[in-house]
Design a protein around this ligand. Structure first.
Ligand SMILES: [Zn+2]
Length: 137
């Protein structure tokens, strides 16, 4: 069983270092507004964009079903709670206007980085055009 819970696992570190190299500035382990004890792995607060880098085990990746033998009931119940919490978090953020991106640990690093970069730049230009149109009011 791969324990990737907790902070700063290799998956997060790698994505963060790639984003740094691309010159993006972001916050890590950012506490989410209105959500108690919930943070996202990478945040662009100015762009109200939250990125979650989900470990396959802890977040129940459909491609990698958990192989738990001991205490299976306990683990399955725990993973189910994690999954439900993820869904609640995504919904709450989306409802309050955040852009939420979730990636699986097994996904290709380059594709994740590209996806984040294009989402961030799209977000930036849409916010920019919104503020311009407000200027014209
Ligand atoms: Zn997976």
């Amino acid at each position: 069983m791969q324990r990737t819970v907790g902070r700063d696992n290799p998956f997060e570190k790698e994505i963060r270092s790639c984003l740094n190299k691309e010159g993006l500035r972001f916050r890590i382990h950012y506490p989410l507004p209105g959500l108690k004890r919930t943070s996202c792995d990478i945040a662009f607060p100015g762009l109200t964009t939250a990125i979650f880098l989900d470990g396959c085990f802890w977040h129940s990746c459909p491609d990698h079903p958990p192989a738990v033998k001991k205490n299976a009931d306990f683990w399955l119940a725990k993973l189910k709670r994690n999954r439900e919490r993820d869904e609640r978090t995504t919904r709450a953020l989306t409802d309050s206007g955040w852009l939420v991106l979730r990636f699986w640990q097994h996904e290709n690093t380059d594709s994740i980085v590209q996806a984040i970069m294009s989402a961030v730049s799209a977000r930036r230009s849409s916010l920019l055009s919104r503020s311009k149109s407000l200027d014209n009011v």
